[in-house]
Design a protein around this ligand. Structure first.
Ligand code: SF4
Length: 390
């Protein structure tokens, strides 16, 4: 019986090997299936394949484990330019092009096939697969079938624990610095952070994808046919986004996902940066004016006036919004109602004062009138302030 670990360099399969090492589990061979983009370029991200070859494998060898890198004869590019040999597209004159997301053919022909071919030459084996206890669906589907065993299950390891185990051994792939998952750099399932990383750090590979999308006569003519997103779309999006300065970066604060009160000066500083005068889509920035959660419209012009004799003593900010002027604004309506009620209350108090008490030296009564006066004045100011910015 041979014990063979299938290893991708990800946290789960790496932690499985560490567990085998720690617990003295039998392990005769570690196999890594490397998908190739073309005959010379790996489909793995350069930093990942460097980690595989120059860090992890030497470590495993120092523990006495043999490691083998398997490759298919087929590459991504071979598949890309191939004409379909069966199905309704056969003979249509179009080449296969980009693989379909969630149904990636590259996985079958370039990754799984070399593993199956290799295993076929071995009579009796147990295969270790890196599936954690909290991956129930995969566990039920894969493990305990066809002689597959999960050491993470045997030692009750979750994905989080696998991550920490790799970190403890300094065997975490650098992909975890920017993404939660690994995969080919051309993968149609790649997430934003992976694409952003590729475009920023491996421009030569990114350009290859852009060029492939310019090829004519393809069935899969864009990077992600399922979601109808091209790599050109992403290119433009990342370009505009990369020009923006995040408010947290601008303010030198740690990014936190919570609402934070920001001073007007800070927002002005942020928006006034060259990169942020336009939105991430490259359009003119629109400022929406909201008072007490009530949208008053979009600010269409801002005028700054100064007073004083030559020197600006004060600044007045006049905003105009595109909200219909004649439209009765609910917020103002409510304030006006409140004012009317206060006014009515004051009238009643006046009646009480003249008809019943008639004493202006009643201290409690005076204080009450003064308080209501203040409230009334406050409301009046609030209404005129809102009417000004309308
Ligand atoms: S990582 Fe993506 S592109 Fe690579 S084999 Fe898997 S699904 Fe296909």
């Amino acid at each position: 019986m041979k014990y063979i670990a299938s290893w991708s360099g990800g946290k789960d399969s790496t932690a499985s090997i560490i567990l085998a090492h720690e617990h003295g589990e039998p392990l005769d061979l570690i196999i890594f299936s490397e998908v190739m983009f073309d005959a010379n370029i790996s489909g793995e991200l350069p930093e990942h394949i460097d980690f595989i070859k120059n860090k992890a494998i030497p470590m495993f060898e120092s523990w006495g484990y043999e490691t083998k890198i398997l490759r298919s004869n087929d590459t991504y590019i071979d598949r890309f330019y191939r004409y379909p040999s069966r199905g309704k597209r056969k003979g249509c004159g179009l080449r296969i092009g980009f693989p379909m997301a969630m149904k990636c053919d590259v996985n079958k022909s370039c990754k799984i096939k070399p593993i199956k071919d290799f295993m076929r030459g071995i009579n009796d084996f147990t295969q270790y697969v890196g599936i954690a206890v909290d991956e129930q669906v995969r566990m039920e589907r894969i493990v305990n079938s066809e002689m597959k065993v999960s050491l993470l299950e045997r030692y009750n390891y979750t994905e989080r624990m696998a991550f920490e185990k790799c970190r403890d051994y300094d065997l975490l792939s650098p992909i975890y610095d920017f993404a939660k998952r690994g995969g080919c750099w051309f993968c149609p399932n790649a997430r934003r952070e992976e694409l952003q990383h590729l475009r920023t750090n491996h421009r030569n590979l990114w350009d290859k994808l852009l060029n492939l999308e310019n090829e004519p006569d393809l069935i899969g003519y864009k990077w992600n046919m399922l979601k109808d997103i091209s790599i050109h779309d992403w290119d433009e999006r990342i370009y505009w986004e990369s020009r923006q300065i995040n408010i947290f970066t601008c303010l030198g604060r740690k990014k936190e996902y919570k609402v934070e009160n920001v001073k007007v000066r800070e927002v002005v500083e942020l928006l006034n940066k060259k990169e942020n005068r336009e939105t991430a889509a490259g359009t003119e920035r629109i400022i929406c004016l909201t008072v007490n959660n009530e949208t008053l419209g979009y600010v269409t012009s801002v005028k700054v006036d100064g007073w004083g004799s030559g020197l600006i003593a004060d600044i007045g900010l006049y905003l105009e919004t595109e909200r219909e002027k004649e439209e009765e604004h609910k917020g103002i309506g409510r304030l006006k109602d409140a004012m009317e009620k206060v006014s009515a209350a004051m009238d009643i108090l006046d009646i009480v004062k003249t008809e019943e008490c008639g004493k202006s030296d009643d201290q409690g009564y005076e204080e009450m009138v003064n308080a209501i006066d203040e409230v009334y004045e406050y409301l009046e100011n609030a209404v005129s302030a809102i009417e000004t910015i309308r």
